[in-house]
Design a protein around this ligand. Sequence first.
Ligand code: ZN
Length: 305
Amino acid sequence: MKKVLLTLFIFSLTCICSDQLFAQKKIKTMIVTGQEGAHWWEGGSDGLRQILVNSGLFSVDMAITPPRNEDISSFNPDFKKYDLVVFSYGGKTFSEKTRKSFEEYVANGGGVVLVHASVIPFSDWPAFNEIAGMGGWGGRNEKDGPYVYWKEGRIVYDYAPGSSGYHGLQHSFTITHRQPDHPILKGLPVEWLHFKDELYAKMRGPAKNMQVLATTYDVKGDNTRHEPMLWTVNYGKGKVFVTLMGHAGNDPELRYSMECTGFQVTLLRGAEWAATGQVTQEVPEDFPSKGVTTLRKGFKVPDNL
Ligand code: ZN
């Protein structure tokens, strides 16, 4: 009997330890949100939270700024407690203290993901623009860095004067991978159809230590010019992943761009890479392909995957 009890005791200890190990393995993530310009921040950030949590790889806390009409200087989350900081934010610029704390977090090896309109704020914050690589709107022009796009098989850095940031009506568009062997994209179809979204174009910025991973063709632009949609930046020891996809409308039913499987899978892989430097996720069977788009309704991974 003693032997049985001892065995049970050891077994339960093993279970507790492996549970703890499993819990520790989750990537500790903070979503920064709370103010948006043209977006529904509650819905967008909640969608991101669900995508990250439903993957089983991330634990997520929300860091919500004070409302736009209040003083933002009290917003100073402890970035260094996290492996990953995800921005779903389009609001007021941060205080000097918060800026410094974020810059140190990234320089020391913190992971960052910027989603869609999160490339719009902070045009007056030089380090953020280096961390983002590029941004749009917010008065950005040639003083902020070149336009960067893909043309005739290579990246172009275009120093032409002009404004930054543009999108037309929402539509479905083809994403083409330009670095298919990068860990974030490895094994995925090189061309796939993204569900209806806003196509952000005319991004410009310092573009230092930046690698464009995927582009799309903007029908309003020069017909040989392809706009970056996914890119990475190395900043100090930190890694940054940017996706321009993922518009959220003002209603739970209007988050279809975020329900695109391609958006979700590249986000999850980019987030893991930014936090850990590697991607352990398998290529899912429901990933979209050339001319074919697929959705994960309710941000859930299908049961059979
Ligand atoms: Zn949008």
